[in-house]
Design a protein around this ligand. Sequence first.
Ligand SMILES: Cc1ncc(COP(=O)(O)O)c(C=O)c1O
Length: 379
Amino acid sequence: MLSEKVANIPPFYVMEVLERAQQLEEQGRSIIHLEIGEPDFPTATHICDAAKAAMCAGNTKYTHSQGLAELRQAIAKNYKDKFNVDISPEQIIISSGTSPAMLLLFLALINPEDEVIMSNPHYACYPNFVTTVGGVPNFIYTNEENGFMLQAKEVAAHINPRTKAILINSPSNPTGQVLPDATLRELAEAAGEVPIISDEIYQGLVYEGEDHTILEYTENAFVLNGFSKLYAMTGWRLGYLIAPKEHVRTLQKIQQNLFISTNAFVQYAGIAALEGPQEQIMEMVETYNKRRVYLIGRLRDIGFEIKTEPKGAYYVLADARKFGEDSLELSRKILEDIGVAIAPGIDFGQGAEGHLRFSYANSLENIKEGMDRLEVYLK
Ligand SMILES: Cc1ncc(COP(=O)(O)O)c(C=O)c1O
């Protein structure tokens, strides 16, 4: 009865692990959560206050379909201040999270059988977005030695008449890798006429190397970004799409029809996030970095292989083949036996099979407890 496009959509395994972990918690089990990519920090008070004030001031109506002009100006200014790129607020569409922006974009771009080039491993949901709108993911299996990073040469070799876009994600989920300046430049060159879709949701969460936007290298790009990660605002559902000027009108019409507009007072919270004090954000970034260093060390001691250290986001994708080839089964057993929830590599594509993804968006204390349990169990 259901459409063929979605009848076989795979689950988002990270969510399945989380939901099973929560079920076990309800039964009284102690669970250490290293599966979910969700900051453990509360949203900063000034951001919450801005939402409250906006709500109480009557900002509870639809907004412009592209979002509040003030928020779009703040986003454009943020890109200018951080990366010295000029984008116009007219190029921005505010959405209820990066995920809806992704849907909007793929709906706009993809005809049946059109291809989107992406790395494998990749963020779990990318291929499902593409197939849901009738497209086909064209995977490039990336190399563990260089942190599973896309290489321009291979991208060029994969471009064909059906290629609609090249999807990149830096800092990356699940690998935590950050594409360096030279690679981004080469990718932009290799793409030629094909637009790059750059998912920049982990922007700001860079501990080694430099933070970049694809817009420093090409204007032929669509940028996906949002407030979930850096600003610890996952549940607020606030994201955006930056598009080349000539495509905005079409995207706007899809937005008007499908979503009308994004929650008004949440958009005011977004303005406060960008324009308010940044100290708390900087502290979070420092804390993530301490956890990253600790987690990598412990995982290596236990016997996981990490060929290239992750430099951004808050994930470590570790080779777990020493303990089991089937990542789903391994993560299931670890959860059931010792109550440590970890994402199975297979969620992120065949290229991450045999791996487990550890999220360090949890306290050092919990990470330590999780590692202690794993050490005893696996050794
Ligand atoms: C790479 C990547 N893109 C997009 C998203 C979705 O973000 P949002 O909460 O803004 O929908 C996530 C969430 O984990 C992600 O890891």
